[in-house]
Design a protein around this ligand. Structure first.
Ligand SMILES: [Fe+2]
Ligand SMILES: [Fe+2]
Length: 184
């Protein structure tokens, strides 16, 4: 098995867990109920601190290798780097909206739900494309020297939520994920 792709797939499984917690809170807020917006804020901050810094750059390196090994397969993936940039913009916009609500500036709940939905839909579609189109093409086309060069250039960073980590600021997020898993 390919350990770099295995790690990217494990990241996706963790992101799916986070997105389900995010969706639960957003749905509650959009329907007029209570929501833990501090938790939502933690999830978005995590996204900006880990996937944007570690996961996406790794995928961009692999995509660069794929462009030279199999240009047609790389084109089928699309402009991966641009998608990562767009995801980062959508995440920042949602984070700003949450910040404004927390400062009691007041925002229409349906508008907030639309901003959140845009981020969630984009993330889910992007990850599915990678699982179905991008990762299999990379496994098929890259050779050992490509994987070695990707590994040498990896932005190595400990995942502050899912790796062994004692970062206290994510404690409530870790507890929320465990609760959601126990309820599933
Ligand atoms: Fe990606
Ligand atoms: Fe990904």
């Amino acid at each position: 098995m390919n350990k770099i792709i295995d790690k990217l797939r494990a990241d996706h499984r963790n992101l799916v867990k986070l997105l389900s917690v995010l969706k639960r809170e957003i749905d509650s807020y959009a329907n007029g109920g209570m929501a833990d917006l501090e938790l939502v804020s933690d999830i978005l901050e995590y996204h900006q601190n880990f996937p944007d810094v570690c996961h996406h750059p790794t995928e961009d390196l692999i995509h660069e290798c794929l462009k030279s090994r199999d240009p047609e397969a790389a084109r089928a993936v699309g402009d991966l780097n641009r998608e990562h940039e767009e995801m980062s913009v959508l995440c920042s916009r949602l984070a700003l909206a949450v910040e404004n609500i927390l400062k009691e500036h007041g925002l229409p709940r349906d508008w907030f739900a639309d901003v959140a939905d845009e981020f969630l839909t984009f993330m889910n579609r992007h990850m599915k494309m990678e699982e179905v189109v991008f990762f299999p093409a990379a496994i098929r086309s890259l050779d050992d020297s490509d994987w070695a060069s990707v590994e040498a250039r990896l932005a190595d960073k400990t995942d502050p939520v899912f790796d062994e980590s004692d970062e206290a600021r994510y404690e409530s997020l870790r507890r929320s994920i465990m609760t959601a898993e126990e309820a599933a």
